[in-house]
Design a protein around this ligand. Structure first.
Ligand SMILES: Cc1cc2nc3c(=O)[nH]c(=O)nc-3n(C[C@H](O)[C@H](O)[C@H](O)COP(=O)(O)O)c2cc1C
Length: 202
């Protein structure tokens, strides 16, 4: 399928709001349009972790990312008339970052009870890319079974496990080790993290 330049992003209430903000900035640079859905609990976690006093009423790219991005479109979680709710709307994939175990479980069981879970359900039925950047520790058997179900249905389970081998020196650099892998999964060129190269010992 040729690229549409459109990407769908969900933010939920798992820890790791920084992954979402770092990813959204990259997505806004790499895609023509970025459709974003934010759960109520994600807003709470953004407040707690990033200290941004954001509410549904004040949710803009400037408020969330400190910068205006005209190509970021926030969608209403209850509006099933929004484009990603329909399989006829073509896009390059959906990323849920961070993805709570609650949302992962709801998608695994096809509940489609808000726009975010409906959009993910559409990705699975249309065999489109769905990347769930899950975060929890430890994982229960229920979590593991739900993630297996998602993987079997075609989703990519990309846990928020930052890498240390690039010796990140800031939290942003550490978070970008995860963001780089998301972009890689979307087949998007990225320069946040170099590809691993093996150098022959002298
Ligand atoms: C500060 C904070 C951190 C949380 N971290 C996680 C987490 O890492 N993983 C997770 O599955 N749930 C986490 N939760 C719980 C979820 O927010 C909760 O299950 C919520 O119902 C998820 O709703 P949502 O998936 O609609 O966003 C956290 C909650 C808070 C307040």
């Amino acid at each position: 399928m040729s690229s549409t330049g459109k990407i769908v992003v969900g933010m939920t209430g798992a820890s790791g709001a920084i992954y979402a903000t770092r990813f959204l900035k990259q997505a806004a640079l790499k895609f023509k349009t970025v459709y974003v859905m934010v759960s109520d609990q994600a807003l709470q976690v953004v407040q707690t972790e990033l200290g941004i006093p954001i509410t549904r009423g004040t949710l803009t790219s400037h408020a969330l990312l400190g910068q205006d991005f005209g190509n970021i479109v926030f969608l209403d979680q209850r509006d099933y008339f929004s484009p990603p709710a329909s399989g006829s709307f073509r896009h390059d994939g959906m990323v849920i970052v961070p993805c709570s175990m609650g949302t992962a479980g709801r998608i695994a069981h096809g509940t489609s009870d808000d726009l975010l879970t409906r959009s993910a359900d559409v990705c699975l039925k249309e065999r489109r890319k769905l990347i769930v950047v899950v975060r929890e520790m430890p994982w229960s058997t229920i979590h593991l079974r739900n993630l297996t179900t998602l993987s079997e249905a075609g989703a990519t389970v990309l846990p928020a496990c930052p890498a240390w081998y690039t010796r990140p020196s800031t939290l942003e650099e550490l978070a970008d080790t995860v963001v780089a892998r998301i972009l890689q999964q979307l087949d998007v060129d990225q320069d946040l993290m170099p590809q691993w190269q093996y150098t022959e010992p002298e």
